[in-house]
Structures are given as structure tokens and as C-alpha cells.
Design a protein around this ligand. Structure first.
Ligand code: GSH
Length: 358
């Protein structure tokens, strides 16, 4: 065995040890399952059924028909009899794994809140999902955009989600980046002053979400005071979530976020044009359609489909995307299974169920 190979074997063993620690810290072992046929799959995913970024990665894994170990984590903190219960992705074992991926990206840690979660504009969030492990390459990869591109590169069958031709590829990536910069966190967590259509039970969770997050993170920072890297990671996350709390009831901020989303959808309508193809890249289903599909489905769930009511190309696009089996299962089905029922989603859910049963 040469030196490189010996290093790789050691890295993989280390990763196996670290992921076992993360799994051991999850409350319910049944939330760790195998997806696909492989008994010992190449990939392992730490994610959450409800998470938008996780839905993008799972849609890609589904499209590629890849087997993986799935760890569906609890990403909400809750109040128990003994105080706040930290979300599973705040667990030190998981954050340590994520920090490896963060270093690989060379991005500074997140330092505040804008309502967006793009790593390029906000910095790296060390306490977030999804996270992918590749046990063949010995790599840990964070950030949904990066994970999706990585999977497309290492697994080219049965379809490529990034076109080979440079111009088409650049256009797909341009759209993926636009979606990545949508103010998704603000749309999910924020209280709109005049038109907040989120399910009531979701709104009530959002009233305490930031307080519980910050309490849990502060307790973790104190409990791990001897580990400077972990403390730095928790402090970065506290800065972000405290920023979120400050603006979640700020009417001007929430209106600006909604307007921003509306303008981005208007630009999408123009980019789609009145073409005959259902998808963005002319005809082939691409990573841009994965990203937009998951996002438009989330917006519909939140009661925001009215943002594109008057945009016929987006309306047609949304109809086409909600028929794609991968999006039906990984975004629509997963949202139904993991989020409170939404009256605005009933039609989408019903059509998806009919398709799955037909
Ligand atoms: N840019 C990152 C964003 C990651 C992110 O914000 N994940 C959300 C779920 S979509 C999360 O972990 N939320 C729970 C939390 O922040 O505590 C990505 O695309 O992976």
C-alpha cells in the first residue's frame, strides 16, 4: 500500500468513527435507515425530512438512483422538563464533522443574519444540515449546492443534472445560485405583518424557535468551553440566530423579504419564457429544476403561491415540476410527512398522492 492509499484508508476509518458517534447521539436509531439496495453504501447523508436544503440533495440522490445511509435528524430544539433539548445537528460530534467540510470550503464562519442561507453571501453555518459523507473518496461535503454538484460529478448515470456544454451549464448554475440566495430562512421563520399564511401550529413553533436555539447553543458552548473550535462554531451560530430573532417581527424587514422573493420570481418568469419545454434548460431536467422545484414547493406550502399567480410561465413550470417523481417524493411527500398540514398545500398534496398511487 503506498502512502496516499494508507492515508485514505486512515481518513475513511476516522470518518466511520466520527459518523458512528453522530448516529449514537441521535435519539431514535430508527431515523437512521438505508435507502436503496446497497448494504454498505458509498454515501451517508445527515439531513432532515423538512429541510429545504436537504430536500434538494435527496432529490438529486433520487434522480441518480443512488443508495445511501440516511440520518433524518431532529433540527428543532424543544423545551423539556429539564430545560431546553438541543437539536441533533448541534451535537458536538456532528459539528466537528461539519467543521471538516467547512475547512475544505475555505469559507469564514457565518457572523450575522440576512434571512438567506447561501454560504457564499453569509459564510459557513457549522450547525446546519445537510452533510454528505463519501466513504470511497474519504470526503465530507457541506452545503446543498456543493453536495448536488459533487454528486452529479461523481455519478453520471442515469442522467447528468449539469449539462456538458459550457453555456448551458453556466445558465443552469446561474439559476441554482439565484435559488441559493433566496431569503428562505426569513420566509419560513418570519412573521409577515399583513399576509402571513403559514399554518397556525408552525407560527406558534416560530414564536419560541430562536430563544430555544440560542439557549441550547449557549449551554453547548459552556459545556465545551475547553474546545476553542467548537466554542467558535457555537458562537457563530448564536450570532446568526440572535440576528434572526431581532427581525422576525420587523414589518419593514419582512415586507422587503417578500418583495425580494417576488422580484426573483418575476425574473424566473422571464427566463422561462413561453417555451414549449417544461424545464428551464430548454428540454432536459437539470439541477436548476431540482433547486426551483424544491423552492417553489416550499413557497406553495407556506401559502406564497400567490407570489406567482400572475406569472403564467412560473405557473406552468410549477405544474410540471410537481409531476416529477423525485420532487413528489423528496419535497412534496417529505413536507407532508414532516411539517404541520397546510391548507394551501392540499391540492398539491392530493395530486402528488394520486400520481404515486397510479
Ligand atoms: N447553505 C446551506 C444552508 C444550510 C441550512 O441553512 N440548513 C437549514 C435547513 S434548510 C438548517 O439546518 N436549519 C436548522 C438550523 O439552522 O438550526 C445549504 O444549502 O446546505
Amino acid at each position: 500500500m503506498d502512502v496516499d492509499n494508507a492515508n485514505l484508508v486512515e481518513t475513511i476509518e476516522q470518518l466511520k468513527h466520527m459518523t458512528a458517534l453522530v448516529r449514537a447521539g441521535m435519539l431514535d436509531p430508527q431515523r437512521s435507515t438505508l435507502v436503496g439496495d446497497a448494504q454498505s453504501p458509498r454515501f451517508e447523508l445527515f439531513h432532515a425530512a423538512s429541510s429545504l436544503c436537504s430536500q434538494k440533495v435527496r432529490t438529486v440522490l433520487h434522480e441518480k438512483r443512488l443508495s445511501y445511509r440516511s440520518n433524518d435528524m431532529i433540527i428543532l430544539c424543544s423545551m423539556g422538563a429539564d430545560g431546553v433539548m438541543a437539536a441533533e445537528h448541534y451535537n458536538p460530534a456532528y459539528v466537528r464533522l461539519r467543521l471538516i467540510a467547512g475547512k475544505d470550503m475555505g469559507q469564514a464562519l457565518v457572523s450575522g443574519y440576512s434571512g438567506r442561507t447561501s454560504v457564499e453571501t453569509e459564510g459557513f453555518d457549522p450547525c446546519a444540515v445537510p452533510l454528505l459523507i463519501d466513504y470511497v473518496a474519504g470526503r465530507v461535503i457541506a452545503d446543498s449546492k456543493r453536495i448536488c454538484c459533487y454528486l452529479d460529478e461523481v455519478s453520471t448515470e442515469p442522467l447528468q443534472l449539469l449539462p456538458a456544454a459550457a453555456q448551458a451549464r453556466a445558465e443552469v448554475m446561474r439559476q441554482v445560485s439565484i435559488v441559493d440566495r433566496l431569503p428562505n430562512a426569513a420566509l419560513l421563520y418570519g412573521f409577515h405583518p399583513d399576509a402571513d399564511h403559514r399554518p397556525e401550529s408552525l407560527k406558534s413553533v416560530m414564536e419560541t424557535v430562536y430563544d430555544y436555539k440560542v439557549m441550547a447553543l449557549q449551554a453547548l458552548a459552556e459545556a465545551n468551553a475547553g474546545d476553542a473550535e467548537l466554542v467558535g462554531a457555537y458562537r457563530a451560530k448564536i450570532a446568526k440566530e440572535s440576528g434572526g430573532k431581532k427581525v422576525c417581527h420587523d414589518a419593514a424587514f419582512q415586507r422587503a423579504v417578500r418583495q425580494d422573493a417576488r422580484e426573483i420570481l418575476m425574473a424566473l418568469d422571464q427566463a422561462l419564457g413561453a417555451q414549449s419545454s417544461p424545464y428551464l434548460n430548454g428540454h432536459a431536467f437539470s439541477l436548476a429544476d431540482v433547486a426551483w422545484g424544491v423552492n417553489l414547493i416550499r413557497m406553495a406550502y407556506l401559502g406564497l403561491a400567490s407570489l406567482w399567480d400572475d406569472q403564467h410561465n412560473v405557473t406552468r413550470y410549477f405544474q410540471a415540476l410537481t409531476q416529477r417523481p423525485s420532487l413528489c417524493s423528496e419535497a412534496i411527500g417529505a413536507s407532508i410527512d414532516s411539517l404541520p398540514p397546510s391548507e394551501h398545500f392540499a391540492g398539491v398534496a392530493q395530486r402528488a398522492a394520486q400520481r404515486r398511487n397510479s
